[in-house]
Write a new protein. Structure first.
Length: 258
């Protein structure tokens, strides 16, 4: 869904990128939203990184995970020029066009701590997140930067930029291939799930709803500026591959976590 940026609020450092907190307007619905904005020039893999963010946010939501809602945000030249902060104005000026944003979560949410014990209500939800990150190849929800927010028994996923390594031409085995789960031992929830016998059955079953048609719909939602046709076809194929192999991976994770 498209939003139009109307006000810059602040800039902050987050990992490799420097996202901005802005207010953006949904013209068709006359609503405004606080958005964490990522600019392609600041993302390691550029517009491909924005496409990965969009694909994973949509996929996670369809799987029943609580991911921060993804948006396509239009930065126009007038908005960029109106921003008082000189650094933000410069960065927005070279990022005119469509960028990726996600709904900002405030209130009583806090960053998950990797060594925290998980209460009973969080065990299966954390397992679903672990499975999602294993399947998508996201190695960036780790002990030092969990990239998720927690409130009670609610987990909100943010930042998927390092997922889908094949789209970024990064040679890493998929989760169902030899060595594909090596990085999972550094996952933010690995320690909390170890020895807890989490049930992956529900999470794996949710993946069965991701049919080839759904995979095509997810990828079709990515702006043309972010993915060429070859990469678009590769992304849709990989989403289908994930669904095909999810039961194998959930079984491997069960053994690893014993």
């Amino acid at each position: 869904m498209n939003l139009i940026a109307v006000r810059h609020q602040q800039t902050f450092t987050h990992g490799h990128s420097r996202p901005m907190l802005i207010v953006a307007e949904h013209a068709a619905h006359d609503t405004r939203h606080e958005i964490v904005l990522k600019l392609a020039p600041d993302v390691q893999s550029g517009r491909t990184g924005l496409a990965i963010e969009a694909i994973c946010a949509d996929l996670a939501t369809r799987l029943g995970l609580n991911a921060a809602k993804g948006w396509t945000v239009e930065i126009n030249a007038d908005f960029a020029a109106s921003v008082p902060d000189p650094d933000a104005r410069r960065r927005l000026g070279v990022a005119v066009g469509l960028q990726f944003g996600s709904t900002f979560h405030s209130g009583q949410y806090h960053v998950a701590l990797a060594d925290d014990a998980l209460n009973d209500a969080l065990i299966d939800k954390a397992a679903a997140v672990l499975l999602f990150d294993a399947m998508t190849g996201n190695d960036d929800r780790h002990r030092l930067k969990p990239n998720c927010l927690v409130r009670g028994d609610d987990i909100v996923l943010i930042d998927h930029e390092r997922a889908l390594p094949g789209l970024r031409a990064e040679l890493r085995p998929a989760a169902w291939e030899h060595g594909g789960l090596d990085v999972i031992r550094n996952h933010a929830f690995f320690s909390g799930l170890r020895g807890q016998l989490p049930d992956f059955a529900g999470a794996a079953q949710a993946w069965q709803t991701v049919t080839p048609l759904v995979a095509a719909e997810i990828v079709a939602g990515v702006p043309a500026e972010w993915l060429d046709e070859t990469a678009r076809a590769r992304a849709a194929h990989f989403v289908v591959e994930m669904t095909t192999n999810v039961n194998k991976v959930s079984g491997l994770l069960t053994e690893i976590l014993r």
